[in-house]
Design a binder for this molecule. Structure first.
Ligand code: PEP
Length: 248
């Protein structure tokens, strides 16, 4: 199978304001000069519409969506709603939502199906806690998380996976290269076991303290198809070098 296009996505979490459209524009300018890589930004939902109209080649996504199309779900947004605002995909199953909102693998699976039904993409996050890493069982735990969160209908046309060790998010700590490679190989095997040939076309991103200094080494690892970036995506100066590292 041909090499998958690299995918570099920024997750702004609960950060940013309308004035930060200038940051998006600087990222869009850089992305326009690098058409070998897919670039995305997931701002807070309140900024999706404004960002979508200034995004150029940058794909604007949401950070979450509800599994249901409508109903009594105060504070939530459906896939159709984020699509109408201008998002073309959503992050789902981020560890901060799994922890803060108690989202289960079944919830994440339902959200993925809702996105697919709406004609949108999904970035499905999985990852182990530090205790799970220290127990030596990170690989079976994370592959089981993926298997339970992944719809049978998944393929790389609309779904990517992000491996994000919980203990690496926002901490400046990154797994050693061998551990990232081993996890990505195990996730690929799980995808192929479940989806057959289609499992080979799903991009597997790494996320957790990616920055301009470590991106090139991480992105060069086998089966690392891109990066999901939190803190370093908030400024063009720290995000653009990660995009450039994906081109090497
Ligand atoms: C994230 O939250 O998805 C993330 C990877 O954050 P950071 O890059 O800040 O560790």
């Amino acid at each position: 199978m041909a090499q998958l296009r690299s995918y570099i996505v920024g997750n702004w979490k609960m950060n940013g304001s309308a004035a930060d459209v200038t940051v998006l524009q600087a990222i869009a300018d850089a992305a326009a000069g690098h058409d070998g890589v897919d670039v995305g930004i997931c701002p807070p939902a309140t900024l999706i519409a404004a960002f979508a109209s200034a995004a150029g080649p940058v794909q604007i996504g949401a950070q979450d969506c509800h599994a249901k199309a409508s109903g009594a779900h105060t504070g939530n947004l459906s896939a159709a709603m984020i699509k109408a605002a201008g998002a073309t995909y959503s992050i789902i199953g981020h560890s901060e939502r799994r922890a803060d909102q108690g989202e289960s693998d079944a919830d994440v699976n339902a959200k993925a199906q809702a996105l697919q039904a709406a004609g949108m993409g999904a970035i499905l996050c999985v990852g182990e806690t530090l205790d799970e890493r220290d127990s030596g069982n990170a690989i079976p735990i994370v592959t089981a998380q993926l298997a339970a969160s992944l719809p049978d209908s998944a393929d790389g046309d609309w779904l990517s996976v992000a491996y994000e060790p919980v203990w690496a998010i926002g901490t400046g700590r990154v797994p050693v290269a061998g551990d990232i490679a081993a996890m990505h190989a195990a996730l690929r095997a799980t995808l192929v076991e479940r989806l057959g040939e289609a499992g080979k076309g799903v991009r597997i991103l790494y996320g957790g303290s990616v920055n301009a200094g470590n991106a090139a080494e991480i992105l060069a690892l086998p089966d690392v198809g891109g990066a999901l970036v939190g803190g370093a995506s908030l400024k063009a100066e720290s995000f653009v070098p990660i995009i450039e590292a994906a081109l090497r």
